[in-house]
Each structure stands twice: as structure tokens, then as C-alpha cells.
Design a protein around this ligand. Structure first.
Ligand code: NAD
Length: 256
């Protein structure tokens, strides 16, 4: 059980981050949810997790594109035994057309935030004598696709930074690993299905199988619950000697 541990999950008001937060709460961890939006719904999601799982759950607004905000999130959380770096954005465009501000935002949110939150969290983990850093990278942290230059660069960077974090904490009861999802069925992906069906004149199952999951040999999406379960495993005693590595949850994408 993760009772007594506090988990901070960046970018966790939807999708994978929320799924990870729920699974950590199900395992007994107190959770700190985050996004930059600070809407009533964001606080309501935290209240529902607290009610459903009998844990302490809070929402703290912080913009992961800001170094100051990243560090303030960990400070405001008070303690951080489990840090899940999940916040991320995407932009798809050819290198010579790629907007500079999109490059900068993706590097800041998807990569630099991981440095800032980790730097702020390690002292609190050392003080507590235990810690887990789980970075949500991507199959694009291990392989590339055209037109995703900033995302692929940032996610490869996350995988590299994961290894350095693991080496700097190797002799301590702290681990750092990256989870590399393939396509995961989040609201973001779900919303693309009707457009893809129309564009290809295909039914839902066919467009998912043939178009969206073309690179995922299982031809099935991973789920946010599966991602959450993987994070819970990395926080378990069984995973105490797993550090500095990646776990792919990608239906065989990176085996191709
Ligand atoms: P999502 O859009 O549902 O979630 C992204 C989260 O990041 C949201 O909670 C959003 O509020 C938050 N966020 C965005 N910008 C932020 C900022 N500036 N400050 C704070 N929070 C911010 O998408 P998702 O699919 O759940 O993605 C979550 C992570 O998983 C990302 O790092 C993404 O790259 C990675 N990932 C997703 C997939 C997939 O298929 N969905 C696959 C591989 C990796």
C-alpha cells in the first residue's frame, strides 16, 4: 500500500495524468493534482478522488512552462514522495515550418519541467528517506516520427534525464524510471476519431485499427488505467531495484 505517501502528478486534470492519480489514490496515496487552468472542475476532480478512495486529494494550479511555477508546485505540495512528470503538449509540423514558439513551449512543458520538479522534489525525498520519480515519456522517447520534431526531441530528452536522475540517486532508496506509452485512449485521442472516420470514410473500428493504430501491432489502444497500474508497480517494493530504465506500454510499437 502507498498509504502515507504523497504523490504529485503534473498535468493531471485529464487523460493519463488523471488515470495515474486515480490508480495511486486507489493504492492509498494522497495525491496532488495539477494543471494551469485552476477551474472549479479541477478542484472538484480532486474532491471526488478524495471521496472515492478515502485519501487526501488536492489540486494546485501551476504552469509547467514556467520554472518558478514548477518549483512552487513541489513547495506548495509540502511533501513529495512520488513525483509523476506527466504534463505534455504536442504540435505536428515539418521542421522548416515549425513555429519557434511551439518548439519553445514543447521543450519547456515536456522536458524542462521534468528538471525543475525533480530538482525541487529530490531534497524532500531524501529527507523522507524514500522516493519514486516516474516520468511519462512516450514511444517517441525511443523512436521518431516525421513532423513531431519538438515532441520527439523532448521525449528523448526525458528518457536521458531519467537515466541521470537514476544515477544520482542510485545509492539511495529513490528510483527514477520512464513509462513510454504508445497510443492511449484519452479524451484528446477519442475526439479525433469522428474526424478520422469522416476523412477516411471508415467505421470506428476500421479507422482505429487501420489508421490510428497503424504503428501499434496489438491494434489496441493502451488505457489510462493500464498506465496508472504501471506507475503503481514502479512505486512498489518489487520495483525497488528498477531504476534508470524505460517501460513501454505500447502494444509492441517499439518491437517493430
Ligand atoms: P491530455 O491533453 O489529456 O493531458 C495533458 C495534461 O497536461 C492535461 O492535464 C493538461 O492540463 C496538462 N498541461 C498541458 N499544458 C500544461 C501546462 N503548461 N502546465 C500544467 N499542465 C499542463 O493528454 P494525455 O494524452 O493524457 O498526455 C499526458 C502525457 O502522456 C503527455 O506527456 C503526453 O506526451 C504523454 N503521452 C500520451 C500519449 C497518448 O496517446 N495519449 C502517448 C504517449 C505519451
Amino acid at each position: 500500500s502507498l498509504a502515507g505517501k504523497t504523490a504529485v502528478i503534473t498535468g493531471s486534470n485529464s487523460g493519463i495524468g488523471l488515470g495515474v492519480a486515480i490508480e495511486l489514490a486507489r493504492s492509498g496515496a494522497d495525491v496532488v493534482l495539477n494543471s494551469f487552468t485552476d477551474r472549479d472542475e479541477d478542484h472538484a476532480i480532486a474532491a471526488k478522488i478524495a471521496e472515492d478512495h478515502g485519501v487526501n486529494a488536492r489540486y494546485i494550479a501551476a504552469d509547467m512552462s514556467s520554472a518558478t511555477d514548477c518549483r512552487a508546485l513541489i513547495e506548495k505540495a509540502g511533501r513529495c514522495d512520488i513525483l509523476v512528470n506527466n504534463a505534455g503538449i504536442q504540435h505536428v509540423e515539418a521542421i522548416d515550418k515549425f513555429p519557434i514558439e511551439k518548439w519553445d513551449a514543447i521543450i519547456a512543458i515536456n522536458l524542462s519541467s521534468v528538471f525543475h520538479t525533480t530538482a525541487a522534489a529530490l531534497p524532500t525525498m531524501r529527507e523522507a528517506g524514500w522516493g519514486r520519480v516516474v516520468n511519462i515519456a512516450s514511444a517517441h522517447g525511443l523512436t521518431a516520427s516525421p513532423f513531431k520534431g519538438a515532441y520527439v526531441a523532448a521525449k528523448h530528452g526525458v528518457v536521458g534525464f531519467t537515466k541521470t536522475t537514476a544515477l544520482e540517486t542510485a545509492e539511495e532508496p529513490i528510483t527514477c524510471n520512464a513509462i513510454c506509452p504508445g497510443y492511449v485512449l484519452t479524451p484528446l485521442i477519442e475526439a479525433q476519431i469522428p474526424d478520422q472516420m469522416a476523412a477516411h470514410n471508415m467505421d470506428r473500428d476500421t479507422v482505429v485499427r487501420e489508421v490510428m493504430l497503424e504503428r501499434q501491432p496489438s491494434r489496441e489502444f493502451a488505457t489510462v488505467e493500464q498506465l496508472g497500474g504501471t506507475a503503481v508497480f514502479l512505486c512498489s517494493d518489487a520495483a525497488a531495484q528498477i531504476t534508470g530504465t524505460t517501460i513501454s506500454v505500447d502494444g509492441g510499437w517499439t518491437a517493430l
